[in-house]
Design a protein around this ligand. Structure first.
Ligand code: GLA
Length: 397
């Protein structure tokens, strides 16, 4: 059955270009259940794709051009595929070019160009990976439309290769030094399943969230993290300083990632480490352990335990990684007072955006109403509350 989002993309395409689209592709957003800022440290993550996403509708064209409309932004975008500008106005235009860039790097010149309309319902800049959702939907669209000259049938190894390429596009073309969590999650999602990933070995597993699963309730503080983008790269640099310290101690071949250091080693070297780097590292290394325990909790069907681990993760992000905010704290406090709460944390980069909460399924509506009430009373901002389900990864439609 066509979803409202695919109908919106289809209608936007027809309105802008006067034709029916011939290709549609979708990708979900994602939420990080555990493993905050562990991915670029070679660590462990636990995430799920969510039933909010991006749909792209359009056609291939003979001209070597990209012609793109988004239902979320007024201005059309048009660019030469042979001369991709890295400074395109607007983040979504940069992400679109970044996908073209990375597919061309991988597969060589395109056979032609494309016209496309984008519709999405992942809140932007809220920590739910609207950008990876756009990247994966566009990549699937371009593969399906035949403009890359590659097959669009993606098995898991091909999905992993694509996830890595899209991450490279975000790192090198868009200039955000993110890890693999987002692209992996939006490509590997499955209904009812959480996803665990070891970002060093790239081993992954799909794990049932339970039957019935607890509700995944995402609360949007309605504060945006755009101003904090520099903070992400700064945190990454702080972690890399600790890696450099241990490389000097143990040799560069022994330590590639922060993951290669143990919590015991960190404690032993504590007084010789810089005061900022060591607490950032403590967060990352203890977070890896929480992911391990979270995977065990899922295997045991223990949602209450998973919820506790999420709350512990939030405390560690707040106190050691310093990526919470007063709004996110108020949102967590509001959740703690709401019925059915099993645990919750900030999601994604942090500093603003959303919290993710695990809630007893039968109490999700009451939980949502209570969080809305408490947060609005305290901040005069009405939060958006999304009761989400684990969803399938990117695909053609
Ligand atoms: C952002 C990045 C991810 C990850 C998270 C924090 O969402 O894009 O790669 O680092 O922050 O866990």
């Amino acid at each position: 059955m066509p979803s409202p989002l695919s109908e919106a993309a289809r209608a936007a395409y027809s309105k802008a270009f006067g034709l029916e689209p011939t290709v549609l592709a979708q990708a979900p957003g994602r939420v990080e259940l555990l493993g905050n800022h562990t991915d670029y440290n070679g660590g462990l993550v636990l995430a799920t794709a969510i039933d909010r996403g991006t749909v792209i509708a359009g056609r291939s064209i003979p001209e070597r051009e990209g012609q793109v409309r988004s239902t979320g932004f007024p201005d059309p975008d048009r660019f030469d595929l042979e001369a991709l500008e890295t400074d395109a106005p607007g983040a979504w235009g940069r992400y679109v070019r970044g996908v073209v860039w990375t597919l061309r790097e991988a597969h060589g010149p395109f056979q032609g160009g494309f016209q496309a309309a984008i519709a999405g319902d992942v809140p932007l800049g809220a920590g739910l990976s609207s950008s990876a959702s756009l990247q994966a939907a566009l990549a699937l669209f371009l593969l399906q439309a035949g403009v890359t000259g590659q097959t669009a049938d993606l098995d898991d190894p091909a999905r992993m290769a694509l996830a890595k390429r899209l991450q490279r596009g975000e790192n090198e073309f868009v200039g955000v030094q993110s890890g693999l969590l987002d692209q992996f999650s939006v490509l590997f999602g499955r209904a009812g399943m959480a996803l665990s990933l070891d970002c060093r070995s790239l081993e992954y597993e799909r794990l049932s969230l339970g039957s019935p699963p607890p509700a995944i309730v995402i609360c949007d503080s309605k504060t945006s993290r755009r101003l904090a983008d520099g903070m992400y790269n700064q945190r990454r640099a702080e972690c890399e300083r600790v890696v450099a310290f241990f490389q000097a101690k143990r040799g560069p071949e022994a330590v590639t990632w922060l993951r290669d250091v143990t919590l015991e080693e960190l404690q032993d070297a504590w007084s010789r480490l810089d005061t900022v780097g060591r607490i950032r590292a403590r967060h990352v290394l203890s977070e890896n352990e929480r992911v391990r325990q979270g995977v065990e909790a899922l295997r045991a069907g223990d949602s209450a335990r998973l919820g506790h681990l999420m709350s512990d993760s939030h405390a560690s992000s707040r106190d050691d990684f310093a990526n919470s905010s007063s709004y996110l704290e108020t949102l967590i406090e509001s959740a703690e007072e709401a019925p059915g709460y099993l645990g919750g944390k900030l999601s994604g980069a942090g500093w603003a955006g959303c919290t993710v909460n695990l809630v007893e399924a039968t109490k999700a509506d009451d939980f949502a109403a209570a969080v809305r009430h408490h947060y609005t009373r305290r901040t005069a901002i009405v939060p958006d509350v999304h009761i989400c389900h684990a969803a399938a990864g990117a695909s053609g439609l």
